[in-house]
Design a protein around this ligand. Sequence first.
Ligand code: PRT
Ligand code: MG
Length: 216
Amino acid sequence: MITLALSKGRIFEETLPLLAAAGISVLEDPESSRKLILPTNQADVRVVLVRATDVPTYVEYGGADLGVAGRDVLIEHGGAGLYQPLDLRIAKCRMSVAVRDDFDYDNAVRQGSRLRVATKYTAIARQHFADKGVHVDLIKLYGSMELAPLTGLADAIVDLVSTGSTLKANRLVEVERIMDISSRLVVNQAALKLKRDQLKPLIDAIASAIPADPAA
Ligand code: PRT
Ligand code: MG
């Protein structure tokens, strides 16, 4: 049996066409089913639905043989014990710094002010500001980062931006792009050895279906 860990929503939706290229179709819709283990048209392949941030943990400990996770999630997890053979180029966005539209970020940085930064992505934020030599107090949040600068909880946030409409709706502006984000295939290293005959063709078929890089 091969177990693939996916999160509901954009990652599930955007992974389906890649699975189709490998001849795999998921037999139930996670939005209407309450099941957490979904069968596929192949008796020896199943999908488990987990929180996006739990995908690397499932794969690391062998609860799943492979999974799909955002680069953001993988950096925050640390990636230990995970083989990352493919950038799937799906669920694309960017990690950015944003502030209230009336906050002079460049000036605050120039003056060496200590910034209060709210984020769910503390590893990425810590590294980014250390690289810039900017002193920050990081405030860990688990959701609705956009609210932090509006309530005075923080001067800035580090969050994912896709269309930019969430920032705009909350009168925030993107002042720095930290990195481009997309989702990757992650594979349990022991499973790759023990189930190589099943996993290798699956990984190759997925690789052949990755959308073309528009920049290339
Ligand atoms: O939602 P839940 O708390 O269960 O978990 P999650 O938010 O980690 O999962 P999910 O499914 O929302 O995101 C899974 C992965 O999709 C992330 O780890 C990213 O790699 C990727 N991804 C791509 C995004 C976005 N685009 C995105 N726009 N993840 C989140 N967003 C959010 C962002 O945090 C912000 O709140 O959408 C909002 C901004 O969107 P725009 O279009 O208004 O800019
Ligand atoms: Mg979400």
